[in-house]
Design a protein. Structure first.
Ligand SMILES: Nc1ncnc2c1ncn2[C@@H]1O[C@H](COP(=O)(O)OP(=O)(O)O)[C@@H](O)[C@H]1O
Ligand SMILES: [Mg+2]
Length: 277
């Protein structure tokens, strides 16, 4: 069994009870995996994400997170200790005026002993490379730094699963690059990552991509499998990432690169091809 299991999950918001926002979603995420969820606005990505840590429970079907049924009220805290979530707007996640306090916030709610708490906060800040900012006011940080602190707040709870709902949507290029690198490192260290994104460049760093459309998962595959499916991408209003489009144009012009979705790999191939050594 995967660490996240969705079995025929359907959901509609009370205000529009006749309109399913999730429509029979079945999927499984293996422990330690890195998945990306893509899909146009309103396709149900955030609603999907909120099901993982029991912020929303299904109207029909079942969600198991770390083997725990999210519909069971008594398991909510345990579920959230397994699966932590980072949201789009870094400002909406700031609750105090000191970075370290902000990172400790979730632990305080769990009544963690002080010495254990400071240790965990220090470690989390170290992991996201924000130790030097520990006594600063988070309001004065850049968007990327704020998101690092939000991630630290989740890491301090030592979750198995990190869910990021468009964490880079409000960041500049540099902030995005930093978050991307951090998320990759965290996954390498063993944490299961669910990254929701509308930046295709970001989705390519996942091992597996799920495409959502009108509340359903309409395609699953490796980034290359998904992004070379032009017909489907067009249907769901998504583009292939720039690196893949560039590789295709180069191939058309006779450059011997492979069809590739990840920018780093394309860069390596081009360097190999044109290296003078
Ligand atoms: N709190 C809510 N109440 C009513 N409808 C909502 C609510 N949140 C989202 N929706 C609707 O559900 C659909 C899917 O939304 P969402 O899960 O946020 O999609 P995405 O994250 O892919 O943009 C949209 O049509 C949206 O308007
Ligand atoms: Mg959303």
């Amino acid at each position: 069994m995967g660490i996240i299991e969705f079995d025929k999950v359907s959901y509609s918001y009370a205000a529009h009870a006749d309109k399913p926002v999730l429509d029979g979603v079945t999927l499984s995420v293996e422990k330690g995996d890195f998945i990306a969820i893509i899909g146009s606005n309103g396709s149900g990505k955030s609603t999907f994400a909120k099901h993982i840590n029991a912020l929303i429970v299904p109207n029909a079907g079942k969600v198991l997170t770390a083997g725990l049924d999210t519909a069971n009220d008594e398991l909510v805290f345990e579920i959230r200790s397994h699966a932590g979530m980072v949201f789009q707007n870094p400002d909406s996640q700031i609750v105090t005026s000191v970075v370290a306090d902000d990172v400790a916030f979730g632990l305080e709610n769990l009544a963690t002993p002080y010495s254990e708490m400071t240790k965990r906060v220090d470690n989390a800040l170290d992991t996201v490379k924000m130790s030097a900012f520990s006594d600063r006011n988070p309001a004065h940080l850049s968007g990327g730094q704020k998101q690092r602190c939000s991630i630290a707040g989740v890491l301090a709870m030592s979750p198995d699963i990190l869910i990021l709902d468009e964490p880079c949507a409000m960041l500049d290029v540099r902030g995005r690059r930093g978050i991307r690198r951090l998320v990759r490192e965290l996954n390498k260290a063993g944490i299961t990552v669910v990254l929701i994104t509308h930046f295709m460049e970001e989705a390519v760093i996942a091992r597996k991509v799920f495409v959502m459309h009108e509340g359903r998962v309409v395609l699953t595959g490796t980034p290359l499998e998904v992004f070379t499916n032009k017909e489907l991408l067009r249907k769901v209003n998504l583009d292939a990432p720039f690196s893949l489009r560039l590789a295709e144009e180069l191939i058309k012009r006779g450059v011997a690169v492979s069809e590739i979705a990840r920018p780093e790999e394309l860069k390596e191939e081009l360097c190999r091809l044109y290296s003078t050594k």
